[in-house]
Write a protein of this length. Structure first.
Length: 368
């Protein structure tokens, strides 16, 4: 009986995602960039695309692509250095609009957030109308476009956002949810990456209906803990609420080198500099952690990570750097390294309560 009552409470969730946010801000501030292929990121041989305008995306340019490849795809590409203070400032203005409708706002990044408008400050009945009004206000008050997905939970709302991008929105009505999920290609499921998608294809899973035909034990057998998550999302029972009190899941720092490095001694020297910055961030955020991870990106853009969980919570370099050294010495390097990163997870804050929720990415620019 209790379960039946729960089913009657249908939440109204909106996912808002700004369109090509960093690049769009640059075009907003500089008229000469409008309508042109713009990339935010470094233009040097070591540079990486942080964001690409829709004009640039027509040439196949994507985030995380090397600047060299971006130049090959489009001769007229315009590179702009990122201005994170500006992006953060505008993001604050956008969130102020969100809070006019609900306090249940869960930011995922500077340009993306979930809103629960089941009970909203405007007394509006339809989430579709709220999303449309918010998008209109962002356009008229700030000058940027946003896309939105609207449905009964965060997973479906986020997937729906991609359908009518850019500058559009899509509502998946409660009565249409099952059909939508069952027809959804498996590689369009939020949280299912290329490797998992390929594994599912090998099992005969190509869409939501195929996934739904697997029982829970079978999915757990093939995918471990993630199997239970897959079982729930395809049945719309994975119903995590919008969490306005997000805390950090990890704190990290990384460095991209001006030249590839290969020897362990050079890597340790660079890791030491990165560790200094990480220690500052741990202290500033009043956090400690138990899991230390090293990230290594090679010159061919392949990537490896290696982690170690220890028995006590730590925050200082002299505590976590010996762990990093051991992790590094376990690796055999057959390729040159272009980036090193360190992160600490399994965090504990000043209140001595384990932090959970969604990861916050921290930016760290080194002068090399």
């Amino acid at each position: 009986m209790a379960e039946k009552n729960h089913e009657k409470i249908i939440r109204k969730i909106i996912h808002i995602d700004m369109d090509a946010y960093y690049a769009s801000v640059e075009q907003l501030d500089n008229v000469r960039l409008r309508g042109k292929p713009v990339v935010v990121g470094g233009s040097s041989e070591r540079g990486v695309v942080a964001a690409a305008s829709y004009e640039a995306r027509k040439y196949g340019i994507k985030s995380a692509m090397s600047s060299v490849l971006a130049k090959k795809k489009c001769r007229n590409i315009i590179f702009v250095k990122p201005r994170f203070k500006r992006y953060k400032n505008i993001s604050g203005k956008i969130r102020s609009i969100f809070y006019d409708y609900t306090d249940l706002v869960e930011p995922l990044s500077l340009d993306e957030a979930f809103l629960d408008v089941t009970q909203n400050k405007k007394g509006m009945s339809y989430a579709t109308n709220i999303a449309r009004e918010i998008r209109l206000r962002i356009k008229t008050e700030i000058g940027l476009t946003a896309s939105a997905g609207i449905s009964i939970n965060k997973f479906i709302a986020k997937v729906a956002t991609e359908i009518n991008k850019p500058n559009g929105q899509k509502t998946i009505h409660p009565s249409k949810v099952d059909a939508f999920i069952e027809s959804l290609p498996i590689d369009k499921f939020y949280g299912i990456g290329r490797v998992t998608s390929n594994k599912m294809n090998a099992l005969g899973i190509f869409n939501g209906l195929d996934l739904k035909n697997f029982d829970k034990s079978g999915l757990i057998n093939h995918f471990g803990k993630s199997g239970e998550y897959f079982y729930k999302i395809v049945r719309s029972t994975h119903d995590n609420p919008v969490n306005p009190n997000r805390t950090r899941k990890s704190i990290g720092a990384e460095q991209t080198f001006s030249e590839d490095i290969r020897t362990e001694s050079f890597m340790l020297d660079k890791l030491s500099n990165i560790a200094d910055e990480l220690e500052k961030r741990m202290i500033k955020s009043h956090s400690k952690g138990k899991t230390i991870t090293i990230k290594i990106k090679y010159n061919d853009f392949t990537q490896q990570t290696c982690s170690k969980t220890i028995d006590k919570y730590i925050s200082k370099k002299d505590e976590f750097f010996p762990v990093l050294e051991k992790l590094l010495y376990k690796k055999k390097f057959n390729k040159s390294v272009r980036l090193l990163g360190i992160s600490i997870t399994n965090l504990l804050n000043d209140d001595r309560l384990p932090q959970k929720s969604i990861e916050v990415q921290l930016k760290f620019d080194f002068n090399t």
